[in-house]
Design a protein around this ligand. Structure first.
Ligand SMILES: Cc1cc2nc3c(=O)[nH]c(=O)nc-3n(C[C@H](O)[C@H](O)[C@H](O)COP(=O)(O)OP(=O)(O)OC[C@H]3O[C@@H](n4cnc5c(N)ncnc54)[C@H](O)[C@@H]3O)c2cc1C
Length: 384
């Protein structure tokens, strides 16, 4: 569904993207879920069509339009595998932005140009086995060497982590300095000492390559540092606004898609001599769901509008994520209920959606952390 935020050219883009997703991605979703991997050709094909660079400057091969990228994240839900959407989303929406906003010109040319073509796949490595929500407590260490840095440590739960070509990663460059002692690096995955220790099995996002990684005496050049030394924590926080917006857009779009298919089911499935959608209790489920989806959509679009106008809506992005990512879980749960036993079977797609959406209130900052940030910005709380 569109809003006045999106221009006619975005709707033209939406139509052609939708056709691509319906014809080229959705028919393969089951196969990729089973294989636990999205083929590289998906990245190169989407790169060839310009879909991976929508928000990036034209000089790197992009389209310079964040709203078009927002359309991409909404429409990707139609591929019926959130794992596919997650791998594309992590590359386009959370790894490459660090290089765009904080990287040097050399780094942009080296990673954004092939990244936008889909010839290189990126990942963002922040979370560690002992540090998730508490980003500042990571222990991966980068020590200065004569002509670069030596990195030791580990990362976990990293989307694309098991198959990336480059990783934007957070490391402590001065452990004594807390928030101010963290820096960002971009590292090629063929660097000696970079090891994928495990590809992780998950509740959902089955097609996504989620990795656990170890870095052992990994020597990287001085120019692997992204932006200024000691500014990593602030770069991470800066990136969260866009990441949370993308998660909100995807959540609203998923909720709408699953509810729409369930409306059709409720009109056809009969019990006690009538369509189940005629029972008031079921009809009212839909009234509630439709209302919450609209609320999530307009809150998310409100934040998106602020973002494209150049504001930094930290609190509002947390609100949109908090609301939309919980809402999609509730909507899919209710839809599964409406499908009855068929909802529990794999063939209807609801079971996969149910597994896939559960990550939304966890990834990109949990519900509890969203509430910490929102209340903290109101002068309350204090744990963080
Ligand atoms: C499928 C998947 C993909 C992911 N992809 C990536 C990725 O690409 N890159 C990356 O860096 N990370 C990634 N993550 C990690 C994700 O961001 C973290 O899982 C998330 O931030 C939570 O961290 P944690 O799992 O360590 O939980 P913890 O931080 O251990 O939290 C456990 C519980 O305690 C609560 N809690 C913690 N602190 C507080 C507090 N102050 N107040 C109240 N409650 C609190 C949390 O809300 C949560 O309920 C991914 C995770 C998953 C599951």
């Amino acid at each position: 569904m569109s809003s006045s935020l999106f221009q006619p050219e975005h709707e033209v883009f939406r139509t052609s993207l939708r056709e691509f997703i319906d014809n080229e991605l959705a028919p393969h979703a089951d196969e990729w879920e089973e294989a636990r991997e999205v083929p590289r050709e998906v990245f190169t094909k989407m790169g060839d069509l310009g879909y991976l660079g929508m928000r990036y400057p034209e000089k790197y091969g992009g389209g310079d339009d964040p709203l078009a990228e927002a359309v991409l994240h909404e429409e990707m839900v139609r591929c019926h595998s959130a794992g596919v959407a997650a791998d594309i989303g992590a590359h386009v929406g959370i790894a490459m932005p660090h290089i765009l906003f904080n990287g040097s010109e050399e780094q942009r040319e080296k990673y954004l140009i092939p990244g936008i073509k889909g010839e290189m796949i990126g990942a963002l490595g922040i979370t560690e086995p002992d540090a998730g929500s508490d980003v500042a407590s990571i222990t991966t260490r980068a020590e200065k060497d004569s002509d670069g840095w030596i990195i030791n440590g580990s990362k976990t739960f990293i989307t694309n982590g098991a198959r990336c070509d480059f990783m934007v990663l957070a490391a402590k460059t001065d452990p004594q300095k807390g928030y101010g002692g963290m820096s960002m690096f971009v590292v090629d995955s063929d660097t000696p000492g970079f090891e994928v220790t495990r590809k992780l099995d998950k509740l959902g996002w089955h097609a996504s390559s989620t990795g656990e990684l170890a870095f052992t005496d990994m020597k990287v050049p001085g120019d692997a540092l992204i932006g200024e030394e000691g500014k990593g924590f602030y770069h991470i926080m800066g990136g969260f606004v866009w990441e949370r917006l993308l998660m909100s857009l995807g959540s609203v779009a998923s909720a709408q898609m699953v509810m729409d298919s369930t409306v059709e089911y409720a009109k056809q499935r009969r019990a006690f001599g009538q369509a189940i959608g005629k029972f008031q209790v079921i009809a009212h489920y839909f009234a509630d769901m439709a209302t919450r989806i609209e609320a999530g959509r307009w809150l998310t679009y409100h934040v998106l509008e602020k973002y494209v106008e150049g504001e930094n809506p930290i609190k509002e992005a947390c609100m949109a994520k908090l609301f939309s990512c919980r809402m999609v879980c509730d909507v899919v749960d209710t839809c599964l209920q409406v499908f009855g036993g068929y909802g529990y079977m794999e063939e209807y797609g609801i079971a996969r959606a149910y597994r896939d959406v559960r990550i939304m209130p966890i990834g990109g900052g949990t519900d509890e952390i969203m509430k910490e940030v929102i209340s903290g910005m109101m002068g309350l709380g204090g744990a963080r």
